[in-house]
Design a protein. Structure first.
Length: 155
């Protein structure tokens, strides 16, 4: 995400990082909450879950050292698209939108390459949602088929 930035810009952002320690079981982010920052996992393991349109809450993935979350929120101010809970204790390094703003204002050409990286992540969530809904439809069709078979209703 920050590859297009110069060494000086990266060094400036590094001075703005906010350290946040977390404990096992702690909810770090709730899906739908306002969240205008990106968080980098320094150490620890987190679990991401997402409530899909049919109401189910599905585990998306586990993330750990070197991973990040909140990129879409950082750049768009969009609400968090997952709920994130700590599986182990750890440390996050956070960067707020307001810290990135001066760099993007001085170099607006960065919006496109930074945005592409974030768009890929948003696309993954969109695919996850579509797959989750198709799975629900498949389960329902399978259940209906099993009911018909059980009562010998197949023609």
């Amino acid at each position: 995400m920050f590859e297009p930035l110069s060494a000086e810009e990266k060094a400036l952002l590094a001075t703005k990082l906010i350290r946040r320690h977390f404990d096992t079981g702690e909810k770090l982010v709730a899906q739908g909450a306002k969240f205008e920052s990106v968080q980098f996992v320094s150490y620890g393991v987190l679990e991401m879950a997402r409530q899909v349109a049919d109401g189910r809450v599905l585990k998306v993935q586990k993330i750990g050292p070197g991973d990040a979350f909140g990129e879409v929120s950082l750049l768009t101010g969009a609400a968090a698209n997952t709920t994130i809970k700590a599986i182990t204790p750890g440390l996050l390094l956070g960067l707020r939108s307001e810290d990135l703003k001066p760099i993007l204002e001085s170099r607006p050409e960065l919006v496109e390459p930074v945005g592409r990286a974030v768009a890929r992540k948003q696309h993954l969530f969109d695919r996850f949602d579509r797959a989750a809904l198709r799975h629900g439809e498949t389960e329902q069709v399978d259940l209906l088929s099993r009911i018909r078979n059980f009562f010998h209703l197949n023609a």
